[in-house]
Design a protein around this ligand. Sequence first.
Ligand SMILES: [Zn+2]
Length: 129
Amino acid sequence: MGYDTSYPGCQNDTDILKKCIAENRILLTRDYEFYKRYSRSIFLDSPYFKLQIKQIAQMFPPEMKLFFSRCPICNGLLEEVCSDRMGEEFESVKSRFRMVKYCPYCNKYYWKGSHYEKILLEIDSILKG
Ligand SMILES: [Zn+2]
């Protein structure tokens, strides 16, 4: 959905807060005590990710033009590149798409395959549900 996000993994709470401050990030958490420790935190009301996405989207309405602009693996900004540069293993993709998205950090390509419409439908379902 284009949100600039970072998942802390196994860091302790203090390190997560340091990262939030250093990177000027908003903290999303289900831990109420943790939520109270940082002024730029949001307490996620629901344990269910779809309701969490809906809550965040209501607070920060997503911009359609930013959808699919970030790598789902590393959060890096994707670049629009010509599919000609893709390897031989992507011949079917290259024949169907002249332009694809590329993550320079993961060295991965993304294109508007069948999953693309499914993702949009899922997001629409979450936001309207
Ligand atoms: Zn990436």
